[in-house]
Ligand binder design. Structure first.
Ligand SMILES: Nc1nc2c(c(=O)[nH]1)N[C@H]1C(S)=C(S)[C@@H](COP(=O)(O)OP(=O)(O)OC[C@H]3O[C@@H](n4cnc5c(=O)[nH]c(N)nc54)[C@H](O)[C@@H]3O)O[C@H]1N2
Ligand SMILES: Nc1nc2c(c(=O)[nH]1)N[C@H]1C(S)=C(S)[C@@H](COP(=O)(O)OP(=O)(O)OC[C@H]3O[C@@H](n4cnc5c(=O)[nH]c(N)nc54)[C@H](O)[C@@H]3O)O[C@H]1N2
Ligand code: SF4
Ligand SMILES: [Mo]
Length: 739
């Protein structure tokens, strides 16, 4: 077993952290931890890019991965993988991997390699110093939906219970905060109800602000396996790859979703398409909702969304007559100024038509990062471990008991959200920041402001695979992390399935798994005792089980990692009582959906209809900035800020090297912009140069730039949904001209 015997290490740890201690065989790892696997074998693990969670067979030679193939048995991907999955091992071998801690030399300004002992001493002295000068809550961290669940829970617990911190958030805020809040308010818990089989069992699929052909290609493959000749409706301003494959594309005006969805509800009510029995037995607030949408006539909806009436009517007809209608949404919804209510407008449609809890139905938010779901439930950042609430005394007590720590160590206050932490840097409230597995300097909205503000920090620590990321280059201290495939743990995919990541490669140099880094920090900070039980990821998994007990995400019935392995992943919930009654999930319980009994997680068991008046966008277009800038995923070969995908020669061949902007032919003609010429795109904040891609996939008056090119967030405008505080990445005003 690749256990890290922190116990024995902590026993020895009476004085300062020494080099010998760090290097003691089998202590913190330092790349020496052997894999648990036989040296020449093939093993299955889940992909570490997107939330689909495909099973990959990794082939080892002499204990090191040499190749991988898509697993034909895994219930998620059934033998398929997208280019990123096929190339997943390549980015690990990149020459710019951080192989030792790097500390900025105050005199020369350069980053220089130091020992782990020096790095830890620096980490502790600087952060503690800041806390002493400015208060405990003057340090914060920003983490990720891209490390293992055990690691997220560890850092969240370490920071809040061990280091006395309060403000912690992650890039899940940029991505899934809206779905999290929408589900919690409507269903009583953050619970995406579906299983991937629903893609195959629907007769009508409605995709809102989602482009699965590019962003979730293997989910799209599952749609293609649907034998019911389904109707596919796509609501997206752009004629995306997904929209091109739809049977009905509603090319709505950007951010007109809420009015359009209320209009659809209005028309469905008028048509008598409401499933009265379901609504009466299992929901609350429908009458008020029906009254509210009375004024959202089809005429009003079509005018706001700039849609032909026939298309609107056809959409109503398909939803009304479909027997199994599923609704799917992604970032076109979550990243908006009224995102939570928009997500709930989708939930309302599913509830009122009784399309939930049955095969092929559901109000289904697709997650983004490989472990966005883990982050939502177990990160201990903005909600307390196990999907609980920091502000509830009872929840704090339960968690304290499960962890064997004093209840008083758990803050009774919620953390600031990402944008509030950034504002905190500006106001001087936040002086120290620790960034883990996210590249904020590229991905945060209105990037220029963020990058100016981080200069104000007394201490910035970045924990990443690479020392070259935009954010790492600004750090005072870089902690070199092992990546997917170099460590163990679980990821939770979009359909709530726990999957396993295994150590199939040795991390380069002195890079350590995030888990081992958190162990080191716990020990160096002087709170190692509190984390004695966190001696390995699998030991931490047993803690997570305890933390889930009695919650909707109860996983007490999952025995251990081997159990997850044997079952091809296990979806939550899987309680001990279920395991006792049913035996292991097996083929009968491989694909499970929630709410089959019509009971939701609210106190009265009813789902709620929630709604609000639509609001104008924060930065409308005008004469000076007449174009709407849309942003999102560009190709299936690019991952976010491209720190990983750009390392593969194969993937690099599958996307344009330089930033490009999609412009409608009418606009290009009017502005004298030739295809493939250079254009300047400016917002009130900054400008960038991009290659013009003249294409009718965008409507006149709109331009689209993929988020993978770092300049894009120089343009975006920092506005946020008031409920989820998720950034509105998909709307700001720009102008374009030939460069
Ligand atoms: N290849 C690849 N795959 C990925 C990722 C990646 O970086 N690369 N990232 C992963 C992550 S973390 C995420 S969150 C997902 C994102 O997955 P998606 O959300 O599917 O991808 P996006 O391209 O961000 O946005 C989807 C669509 O929203 C549309 N949109 C913009 N404004 C509006 C609007 O006002 N209304 C509506 N209805 N639609 C609008 C855009 O035109 C775009 O086509 O992808 C995941 N998968
Ligand atoms: N304009 C615009 N901006 C957007 C979006 C958009 O649609 N439009 N989408 C937003 C969304 S949905 C998301 S999710 C964010 C994503 O934004 P980011 O999270 O900033 O993007 P990534 O490139 O995935 O950054 C992850 C970082 O973690 C590192 N890393 C990978 N694995 C590990 C690991 O195991 N341990 C450690 N320590 N580090 C690791 C990688 O090298 C990389 O630097 O971008 C957001 N930004
Ligand atoms: S679809 Fe997502 S999980 Fe599957 S191989 Fe591609 S990136 Fe990996
Ligand atoms: Mo995301």
């Amino acid at each position: 077993m690749s256990q890290l015997p922190i116990n024995s290490l902590l026993r020895q740890w009476t004085g300062p952290l020494t080099e010998d201690l760090v290097r003691a065989p089998g202590s913190f790892g330092l790349g020496q931890v052997p894999t648990r696997l036989k040296p020449d074998t093939t093993t299955t693990m889940v992909c570490g890019f997107c939330s689909t969670g495909c099973g990959l067979n990794v082939h080892l030679k002499d204990g090191q991965a040499v190749n991988l193939t898509a697993d034909p048995e895994y219930p998620v991907n059934l033998g398929m993988a997208c280019p990123k999955g096929w190339e997943a091992l390549t980015p690990l071998a990149a020459p710019d991997r951080a192989t030792a801690p790097l500390l900025r030399n105050a005199a020369t300004g350069t980053l220089e390699p130091v020992s782990w002992v020096r790095a830890m001493n620096e980490f502790v002295t600087r952060f503690k110093g800041i806390q002493e000068r400015h208060g405990k809550h003057s340090i914060a961290y920003l983490s990720t939906g891209q490390i293992c669940t055990e690691e997220m829970a560890f850092v969240g617990s370490l920071f809040k219970f061990g280091m006395g911190g309060l403000h912690a958030d992650s890039n899940t805020r940029q991505c899934m905060a809206t779905a999290h809040v929408a589900y919690k308010q409507s269903f009583g818990f953050d619970a995406p109800p579906y299983t991937y089989a629903d893609f195959e069992e629907s007769d009508v699929l409605v995709f809102v602000g989602a482009n699965p052909c590019i962003a979730h290609p293997i989910m799209w493959q599952r749609v293609l396996r649907n034998p019911h000749r389904p109707e596919i409706i796509v609501l997206d301003p752009r004629r995306t790859e997904t929209a091109m494959n739809a049977t009905l594309h509603l090319s709505l005006a950007p951010k007109s979703d809420l009015t359009l969805l209320y209009g659809l509800a209005h028309a469905l009510i008028a048509r008598g398409a409401v499933k009265r029995e379901f609504v009466e037995d299992h929901t609350k607030g429908f009458e008020a909702f029906a009254q509210f949408v009375a004024e959202f006539t089809p005429e009003r909806a079509c005018e706001a969304a700039k849609l032909p009436r026939e298309d609107f009517d056809r959409c109503v007809e398909l939803i009304a007559t479909g027997k199994r209608v599923s609704f799917w949404w992604t970032m076109g919804v979550n990243q908006g100024h009224e995102a939570t209510r928009t997500a709930q407008a989708i939930i309302n449609l599913a509830l009122m038509t009784g399309n939930i809890g049955r095969p092929g139905t559901g109000a289904n938010s697709i997650t983004g990062q490989c472990n966005a779901m883990g982050s939502r439930l177990f990160a201990n950042a903005t909600s307390l471990l196990g999907g609980r609430d920091f502000t509830k005394a009872e929840d704090r007590q339960t968690v304290a008991q499960a962890l064997g720590i004093p209840t008083e160590t758990i803050p009774a206050q919620n953390s600031w959200a990402y944008d509030q932490i950034v504002d905190g840097i500006e106001s001087g409230a936040i002086k120290g920041l620790w960034i883990i597995a996210t590249n904020s300097s590229h991905s945060w909205i209105h990037q220029g402001r963020f990058n100016d503000l981080v200069k104000k920090l007394d201490f910035l620590v970045v924990q990443d695979l690479y020392h070259t990321t935009d954010t790492a280059q600004r750090a005072h201290l870089i902690l070199p992390a092992a990546g997917w495939g170099e460590k163990e743990g679980t990821l939770i995919n979009s359909e709530r399935r726990f999957g396993l990541v295994k150590k199939v490669l040795r991390a380069p140099g002195e890079a350590l798994s995030d888990f081992a880094i958190f162990q080191l920090i716990a020990a160096a900070w002087g709170c190692g005792d509190m984390f004695r039980e966190w001696r390995s990821p699998e030991a931490a998994f047993q803690i997570l089980k305890r933390l889930s007990a009695g919650q909707p995400c109860d996983i007490t019935g999952i025995r251990d990692y081997r159990h997850i392995d044997q079952e091809g992943g296990i979806q939550w919930p899987w309680a001990e009582s279920t395991q006792a009654a049913e035996g292991s999930p097996g083929p009968d319980h491989r694909e499970r959906r929630l709410f089959t009994d019509g009971r939701f997680y609210t106190p009265d068991g009813r789902a709620k209809f929630l709604f609000d008046q639509p609001r104008p966008v924060a930065e409308p277009t005008d004469a000076a900035f007449p174009f709407t800038l849309l942003t999102g995923r560009g190709t299936s070969a690019q991952w976010h800020t491209n720190t990983r995908t750009a390392k593969s020669e194969i993937l690099r061949k599958l996307y344009p090297a330089d930033c490009y902007v999609e412009i409608h032919p009418d606009d290009a003609r009017r502005l004298d912009i030739a295809p493939h010429s250079q254009v300047t795109v400016s917002s009130r904040r900054a400008s960038l140069t991009a290659t013009a891609f003249v294409t009718p996939t965008v409507q006149p008056g709109q331009v689209f730039i993929p988020m993978h090119y770092d300049a894009v967030n120089r343009l975006t405008f920092g506005s946020f949904d008031p409920h989820s505080r998720q950034p509105s990445y998909k709307h700001c005003a720009v102008k374009i001209s030939p460069a």
